[in-house]
Write a protein that binds this ligand. Structure first.
Ligand code: GYE
Length: 621
């Protein structure tokens, strides 16, 4: 074959490969392994253009990956069609940032039925998706409120809030967090809220108009940097000075938040990672069926001021990225104790995962006492371990020892039970369950199951007083019951998460209720172990648990499934203790220099009696 022909032949092969792949369905196997569809809400806001860029950049690192993008231009109708079109193209995974939670929930649930779905930045109603990656918008609002309260100090002052597109989840959440924090500062008044749809020019117009008819203010807080800059331009035009501007996004580049802070135009802004990069990293993990894929990843947001830019953003000891001299990571783990089957499974998961990951584990059992856990953490600091992890028996009182670990340059991971410290730079990452959601799910299941307008009396067995699961499960449960006034908690007492204590406390409650001539219909136990103890006490007095008394509890342990099969327990809301693989993955990612989310929420389910028999065998704990 002459050279001329050979050239033409090569071009021919190239063209057929190119066109072959576009017409995926009819030209045989594509020259790539995975096809991901990305449905963007819009490509007008600088932040979203950044998200798009990050996805493209990360995707380019994977030769076996092809990504197709759609832009809904902020129209929900159009985005629904986009998702349907992407599904028709046979994508293997969908990444979507919904324009509107309600409108997009059905089509995203449809996609989730077929393929994995990653939500970016904005969520949907319910849990029909594989993984949510995004910032905690309420937290960002709170952080902005905190900064403005410190900025205005005792002088106080007046603030205008500029909001994004009305009705979009980030707007309500950021405003809720902001106003909640400002409400604590009595001398600060939010004099007005102005909507500007995330756009610089709209903000400039709206603020120009507002300042023409109102007194000036001390601070303008805008829900993104583009609107904050628009407001600044309005004051410049009107020759008004002295207003402090606070934004959100903290993007690099011209007119980005970093430049605005450096130039002193903004007093502050907050970084708001887009999650584009993480979405592709986790998409590949999901497509390769990796273990430990969480349900939610909340990305870290950080305050940017002139000072933090000069000193470098405080990060949780990120400098100390070198692991043990021999490369072996030494992890010190301070466990809560041995109070329940859940806890025993959690301990086993951590020990096994450390062994499998080749991580050396120093394990200390706190025996339900905070002081023992604090002692263990101090021992780890003294022994100069590479990394510390613990589950906080109770929420408060950890500031001091966490500051000691930080001062020693040792990164801290919190698993399962969070602490109530405000300074989030004291730990690298928090992973575990959404206890509030578990409480809500318990009540949602109950009202659906009871399906009655009649009065319903509830006895509640709380977990360890002061512990995050006990506090939040109670709040979540009561939050839902607020909508059902015929449901009443007539007695609430702690069983400390122990099966034995659950039995003992229930025995006492039964005597007390009898003496008072009272009766109850439902037991809500903060964990299965206490419920199982209470079942024993109920049977002693001739009650039929699961029939006379409806029982809903939390954890999803094997014994609870057996109780459901025996008809003595009605529903168990899952709380996943198998956090070992996720913790070891996060520790390894950390020492590999990967940016870690501030929070990882595990994926969980609700198990009523009718699925117990079929699922018992698959229960790992
Ligand atoms: O529900 C309970 C254990 O912290 C989530 O602690 C955990 C709780 C779990 O004692 O069984």
């Amino acid at each position: 074959m002459g050279t001329g022909h050979r050239g033409a032949f090569i071009i021919l092969i190239f063209l057929s490969l190119l066109f072959g792949s576009c017409r995926r369905e009819d030209t045989g196997p594509p020259p790539f392994e995975f096809l991901i569809g990305v449905s963007m809400a819009n490509l007008t806001e600088p932040w979203r253009i950044n998200m798009d860029g990050e996805i493209k950049e990360e995707a380019a690192k994977h030769k076996n990956l092809r990504v197709v993008f759609t832009d809904a231009a902020d129209s929900s109708e159009r985005q629904i069609l986009d998702v349907k079109k992407l599904l028709a193209q046979g994508i293997d995974l969908l990444i979507v940032s919904p324009t509107d939670a309600e409108a997009l929930t059905p089509v995203i649930a449809e996609a989730y039925d077929k393929i994995p779905v990653i939500l970016l930045d904005r969520s949907v109603i319910g849990y029909d998706y594989t993984l949510f990656i995004g910032p905690d918008n309420q937290l960002i609002g709170k952080q902005a409120g905190q900064y403005i309260a410190e900025l205005l100090r005792e002088n106080g002052g007046e603030v205008v809030e500029i909001l994004g597109r009305s009705g979009s989840p980030p707007v309500t959440d950021r405003s809720r967090g902001f106003l909640a924090r400002i409400a604590h500062a009595k001398n600060i008044k939010v004099v007005d809220e102005i909507y500007a749809d995330w756009l610089r020019d709209k903000s400039e117009d709206r603020i120009t108009e507002w300042l023409r008819t109102h007194e000036s203010v001390d601070v303008i807080f805008a829900q993104n940097d583009a609107m904050a800059y628009g407001a600044y331009r309005a004051t410049e035009k009107l020759g008004i000075t002295g207003i402090k501007f606070v934004g959100i996004d903290g993007l690099p580049g011209p007119e980005g938040g970093i430049e605005m802070v450096e130039k002193g135009i903004f007093a502050a802004t907050f970084t708001c990672p887009t999650g584009g990069k993480e979405a592709v990293i986790y998409a590949m993990d999901i497509l390769h069926h990796e273990e430990g894929i969480p349900k939610k990843m909340i990305l870290r947001t950080t305050l940017l001021t002139k000072k933090t830019l000069e000193e470098g953003i405080p990060t949780p000891v990120s400098q100390n990225r070198s692991s043990g001299a021999d490369g072996k990571i030494i992890l010190g783990f301070a466990q809560v104790g041995k109070e329940s089957d859940w806890r025993l499974a959690n301990t086993e998961s951590i020990k096994t995962a450390a062994r499998e990951a080749g991580i050396e584990l120093l394990f200390r059992d706190g025996e339900q006492r905070q002081e023992n856990q604090i002692k263990a953490i101090r021992e780890f600091i003294e022994k100069k371990v590479d990394v510390i992890a613990f589950s906080a028996n109770v929420e408060s009182g950890w500031g001091e020892v966490l500051r000691e670990a930080k001062a020693a340059g040792i990164p801290v991971f919190i698993i399962d039970r969070p602490v109530d410290e405000k300074d989030e730079s004291l730990w690298v990452n928090l992973m575990g369950s959404d206890f509030l959601e578990e409480g809500r799910r318990s009540a949602q299941w109950l009202v659906k199951y009871m399906d009655t307008e009649e009065p319903v009396n509830i006895v509640e067995l709380q977990g360890t007083i002061g512990s995050a699961p006990a506090i939040d499960r109670k709040i979540g449960f009561e939050e839902v019951l607020k909508g059902y006034p015929n449901y009443k908690i007539i007695h609430s007492e702690s069983g400390d998460f122990f099966r034995s204590t659950g039995e003992e406390v229930m025995r006492r409650i039964l005597v007390e209720l009898k003496e008072n001539g009272e009766s109850f219909d439902v037991l809500f136990a903060h964990n299965d172990d206490m419920a199982i103890g209470a079942i024993k006490a109920m049977e002693e007095v001739g009650l039929r648990p699961g029939k006379d008394i409806v029982i809903v509890s939390v954890d999803g342990i094997r014994d609870a499934f057996k109780m459901m099969i025996a008809g003595k327990l009605n529903c168990s809301v899952e709380c996943n203790p198998l956090l070992g693989p996720q913790l070891m993955k996060a520790v390894k990612d950390y020492f590999a220099g990967k940016e870690l989310p501030v929070r990882i929420v595990t994926s969980e389910d609700v198990f009523p009696t009718d699925v117990a028999r079929e699922l018992l065998r698959s229960r790992k704990y």
